[in-house]
Design a protein around this ligand. Structure first.
Ligand SMILES: [Cu+2]
Length: 293
């Protein structure tokens, strides 16, 4: 019995891990992500996410070059100057001022050279000016609340019911039969493409982190603090983008996915108008009901 439970828990974990790996590779269609691409970070669908990717690749190749030089010199020295070949240790290198200056100066130059593009990207990443839409995101155990501050629209976004039912041990539902298992929500965040969207990220209970790799956004949601982030999705890339809470926030940390529905500006405006009307009517209905009693 215990063994059967362990096996089903392991199967659940394997399915969840595979699905999460695919989703976090940043491609809304998991069938397009395969092979070596799964090992690298996604290029994403915003200008900023591509700049982060380019920076990551630049630093990666600098590291590869350093590794080749350092390990090459080490291996060459070990092979050619081994004791069995009669090599005698050269003691003139010990406390050699010229050598010490060189091996201090070279890493300093490399680090400064890497800091320049890194700082430039970081400054741009933090620039939340000239945004056109502001959305407040509040993380809670276990889900997200989205609030369109200037339009008076807000709603909760939680793990979709089918995933929630299938994740229970002994539920009798095969997770493989649930589409986007553990990656779907009931109400996705809807945003327009080609618009600089500002996010105000906070939390209601413990620390969470709003992470959507395709946008190059990962921001901690801390109770009592408001963190800022922004993204601007390419105009030609509407679609569904997925993410996860990236801060170990408690028992159901793994069950608070993020889904962003990126729509054209017109579609978004229509959706927002409808949603605002719906919520206004619901609020009016709620207020009217006690009065009628
Ligand atoms: Cu969380």
């Amino acid at each position: 019995m215990i063994r059967a439970n362990c096996a089903s828990a392991a199967a659940l974990l394997a399915t969840a891990t595979l699905a999460a790996t695919r989703a976090l590779a940043g491609d809304p269609d998991p069938t397009k992500v395969s092979g070596w691409r799964l090992l690298n970070m996604p290029q994403g669908v915003t200008d900023m996410s591509r700049k982060i990717y380019d920076l990551h690749m630049l630093i990666f190749w600098v590291c590869v070059a350093i590794a080749v030089v350092v390990f090459g010199a080490m291996i060459w020295s070990i092979v050619n100057y081994r004791k069995s070949k009669g090599a005698v240790a050269d003691t003139t290198m010990v406390h050699n001022t010229r050598v010490e200056i060189i091996w201090t100066a070279v890493p300093v130059v490399i680090l400064v050279a890497m800091a320049v593009p890194a700082a430039r990207t970081l400054v741009e990443l933090e620039d939340t000016t000239k945004t056109e839409l502001t959305i407040k995101i509040t993380g809670f155990q276990w889900g997200w609340n989205y609030e369109y501050l200037d339009q008076g629209v807000s709603f909760f976004s939680r793990l979709d019911r089918r995933s929630d039912a299938a994740r229970e041990l002994g539920s009798g539902i095969d997770p493989n039969t649930v589409e986007h298992y553990l990656l779907n929500v009931d109400n996705p965040l809807v945003v327009p493409v080609g618009t600089k969207v500002r996010l105000l990220v906070t939390a209601a209970d413990v620390i969470h982190s709003w992470w959507v790799p395709a946008f190059g956004v990962k921001k901690d949601a801390i109770p009592g603090f408001v963190n800022e982030a922004w993204f601007n999705i390419d105009t030609d890339k509407p679609g569904l983008y997925r993410g996860q809470c990236a801060e170990l926030c408690g028992r159901d940390h793994g069950f608070m996915p993020i889904v962003v529905d990126a729509r054209s500006k017109d579609d978004f405006a229509t959706w927002l108008k409808e949603k605002a009307t719906q919520q206004k009517q619901a609020a009016a209905g709620g207020a009217a009901a006690p009065a009628a009693d």
